[in-house]
Design a protein around this ligand. Sequence first.
Ligand code: 13P
Length: 271
Amino acid sequence: MRPVVIAANWKMHTTPADAGELAVAIAGATRQPGVIRVICPPYLSLDAVRRAVADEGIEVGAQNVHHEASGAFTGEVSAAMLAGLATWVILGHSERRRDAGETDALVNRKLARALASGLRPIVCVGEQLADRDAGTAEAVVADQVRGCLAGLDAETLLAGGLVIAYEPVWAIGTGRTASGADAAAMSAAIRSVLAQVGSPALAEATPVLYGGSVTAANVGEFLIEPSIDGALVGGASLKPDEMAGIVARAAVTATARAVVDAASRPAGGGA
Ligand code: 13P
C-alpha cells in the first residue's frame, strides 16, 4: 500500500529566528506511527527547521527549485544549494503558477532537475473554479499532469518517489474544500494519466495528496478515500494543534493500510 504523507507548506511565513521553535512544537504534537511528515519552510528557514527536527523523523522540503543547475539567474536557488538542507521539493504550486508565471513546461524542467538531484518532488496540479464550473476540471488536471511529466520515464519517476498534490485553486486559502468524493475522482483521473504516460506500476505507487483549506476538522473526509494518500497543508500547518489533529487522523489511515498489507501477505511467508 502507498505511504501516508502529510506535508506542511509554510509558504512565506516564519523567519530563521522563529521557524525552529515552530518546527519543534509541530514535531512534539505529531509523533504518530506510520505517517511521513514533511515541513516545507521558506528557503531561509530550511536550516533552522532541519536542525530543530533532526532527531524527530520529520523530513524537510523546499517550496521551489530552479530548473538549471547553475548560472546567471539572479535571486534563484539551485538544487545543489539545497543539498544537506532539504530532501523534498514542492514544484508548480498554483501560487507560483499565478505569481511567477510557471507553466507545465517549466515545472517539467524543474521536475527533471529535482529527480536528477535526489530531491523528492511534490508536483502540484489543480483546476480553476471556472474549469470546475465548466465541467472540464479532470481534463485540465490531466493536461497538467501530462505536461509536467513529459519525456520522463516511469522508472525514473518511480525511483525518485514522485508525489502529486491535487490542489483545486478555488480551495486554497478560501476555507472552501473539494468534497472527498470529488478529490477521489480526481485522484483516479490522475492515476489513469500516470498509467498512460508512465506505467501501471507508477500509477499504483504514486501518492496523491489533497490540498486546499485542509484542517484537523476536515482531513478525515479526504483520508477516508483509498485513493487519497495524505495532504499538502497550508494555513493549518502553521498551527501545532491543527497539525496534531491532521497527523493523528493520518495515522489512523496509515495503521489501517498496514493491517491490509499484512493480511494480503501470503500466510507463513517469511521476510
Ligand atoms: P491552505 O491550506 O492555506 O488552503 O493552502 C493550501 C496550499 O496551497 C498548500 O500547498
